[in-house]
Design a protein around this ligand. Structure first.
Ligand SMILES: O=C(O)C1=C[C@@H](OP(=O)(O)O)[C@@H](O)[C@H](O)C1
Ligand SMILES: C=C(OP(=O)(O)O)C(=O)O
Length: 438
């Protein structure tokens, strides 16, 4: 059960579902099987849609973000057969409008598909959930205009967008400030092999967050046959040329696994993520560093990646700019730790599914923690926590944070758990199953 769908103005949103997070009665011990990485699935779908032959996406993530990505590509003329959950088949076709793309609340769709839509012949309209209109888009819109694309955007430079696809994009050189999201760069690079002159993109501004996601983009572009140069910091060059269809094998989603690992830490138990590959394109090293610093043991074996909780959780001081998706879950662990936690370097997450800094400060304070807000993060002084109504702000990772807190604090009542359908529709059931094994 993930909550039903609500329709209004042709847009489909997810019906809310109140949920009381289950508390653990002892250490959890479980092996979890999670679906594929959201970020890898999104890139594989876009690259497959732009390729010169069919592709297979094995073990994709089937969730709202990736279903909407597939629907967006279909609207542009790509055939995506997702009837087999484990193997999606993608057959590219001539990209064309008129088309309408519902981005939901997905940063990957609102940043990855407009450059592809610019290659289409016809008009392509983009819109999404109410909060999607607040998420930053202006830098990518302006870069596309520099590259010869005609786009209408809202007064704030974001959704709703209309891309007037001309069937080709000249490309060439563009400068962008990608400090608000690495996805501006990834979105442009993914379509760049199909631009007539390719692309040389230079970032100017405060540092670009999420470096591992940028490496995932260039890695997957090369795997599809593109020529990419990233030897100069903050400059990416993609040569024009065909993209090859291929089989993409998607790794289990590491950010989606974070709350399950946190459960091992909160309860002093052990959780194994099954199917973890020996070599990963996700920032597993950084996750291991963080969880280890907080007192966990992490091992990798043929069974998968295992996190074991210690006697207590330790607070940390960390710059999370590279792995900012992890902020909500690390913050929940910080609120349950034996010393303060300070998380910095994540100003850009104010532009995520919600303003995650403001949301975490508000909700952890309501639960009893002492939290100080900074422009780029916050500091948590752990205090005895108590039952609370935890607002999730339509943000799947806020729901994950609340679930982690609820393991140790009875009576954490989420205003909505259906928002987890963005990346893991089966979250409430998987979580209940895990806690039942405590
Ligand atoms: O490219 C991607 O797949 C992502 C990049 C990151 O975005 P930001 O750089 O906007 O944080 C990350 O937080 C997001 O969840 C997924
Ligand atoms: C920031 C996130 O998502 P999006 O891809 O919508 O930006 C996230 O999943 O934490």
């Amino acid at each position: 059960m993930t909550g039903g769908a609500l329709r209004h103005n042709g847009h489909v949103s997810v019906e809310k579902r109140v949920w009381v997070a289950p508390s653990a009665t002892g250490p959890v011990g479980a092996t979890v099987r999670l679906p594929g990485s959201k970020s890898m699935t999104a890139r594989a779908l876009v690259l497959a849609g732009l390729a010169d032959g069919p592709s297979v996406v094995e073990r994709p993530l089937r969730a709202r973000d990736t279903e909407l990505m597939a629907a967006g590509l279909r609207a542009l003329g790509v055939r995506v057969d997702s009837s087999d959950t484990e193997r999606w088949l993608v057959e590219p076709g001539p990209l064309r409008g008129p088309a309408r793309v519902d981005v939901g609340l997905a940063g990957t769709i609102m940043r990855f598909l407009p450059p592809a839509a610019a290659l289409a012949d016809g008009v392509v309209e983009f819109d999404g959930d109410p909060h999607a209109r607040n998420r930053p888009l202006r830098p990518i819109v302006e870069a596309l205009r520099t590259l010869g694309v005609s786009i209408d955007a809202s007064e704030t430079g974001g959704l709703p967008l209309t891309v007037h696809g001309a069937g080709l994009v000249e490309g060439g050189e563009a400068v962008i400030d990608a400090s608000a999201s690495s996805q501006f760069v990834s979105g442009l690079l993914l379509s760049a092999p199909r631009f007539s002159k390719g692309l040389t993109l230079r970032h100017e501004g405060p540092p670009v967050p999420s470096a591992p996601h940028l490496r995932m983009t260039t890695h997957m572009l090369r795997a599809a046959g593109a020529t990419v140069d990233e030897s100069v910091p903050d400059v990416w060059t993609v040569e024009p040329g065909p993209l090859q269809g291929r089989t993409w094998v998607i790794e289990p989603d590491l950010s989606g696994a974070a709350p399950f690992f946190a459960a091992a830490m909160v309860t002093g138990g052990a959780v194994t993520l099954a199917g973890w590959p020996a070599e990963s394109w996700q920032p597993v090293g950084r996750l291991i560093e963080l969880l280890t610093a907080m007192g966990a043991g992490v091992t990798q074996s043929a069974e998968g990646l295992t996190v074991t909780g210690g006697d207590t959780i330790h607070g940390i001081t960390a710059d999370l700019s590279e792995v900012s998706e992890l902020t909500p879950v690390i913050a929940a662990l910080g609120a349950l730790a034996d010393s303060p936690t300070e998380l910095r370097g994540v100003e850009h997450i104010r532009g995520h599914e919600t303003d995650r800094i403001a949301a975490l400060v508000a909700e952890l304070s309501k639960a009893g923690a002492e939290v100080t807000e900074f422009r780029d993060g916050f500091r948590i002084e752990p205090r005895p926590l108590h039952e609370t109504e935890f607002e999730t702000y339509a943000d799947h990772r806020m729901a994950h944070a609340a679930a982690v807190l609820g393991l140790a604090v009875p009576g954490v009542r989420l205003t909505d758990v259906a928002c987890t359908s963005k990346t893991l529709p089966e979250f409430p059931e998987l979580w209940a199953g895990l806690v039942a094994r405590s």
